[in-house]
Design a binder for this molecule. Structure first.
Ligand SMILES: [Zn+2]
Length: 85
């Protein structure tokens, strides 16, 4: 990952431990997605356990996307609440 944005120069990791907030965002996104997938597959298959099991496959495919977007969402939230001077 770049240290700064090549377009606008914003520093991505503002301080040590900066991405801890992104981990919280990632957790929330992951729980919401896995729950939605499980409920959908429960509805489709008619079995709770089967829905929970099959939901792992599309969830794991979405993990790289969740990882990236959790950082993006965290940076937007952080820069909105505490803008650089
Ligand atoms: Zn930029």
């Amino acid at each position: 990952m770049n240290e700064r944005c090549p377009a606008c120069g914003i520093v991505f990791e503002r301080e040590p431990g900066y991405w801890t907030g992104a981990m919280v965002v990632s957790y929330l996104l992951s729980v919401a997605l896995y729950l939605a997938l499980s409920l959908l597959l429960w509805w489709v298959t008619g079995h709770v356990e089967l829905g929970l099991l099959i939901a792992v496959v599309p969830f794991l495919a979405a993990v790289p996307v969740i990882f990236r977007y959790s950082r993006v969402i965290w940076m937007h939230l952080d820069h909105t609440l505490d803008p650089e001077r």
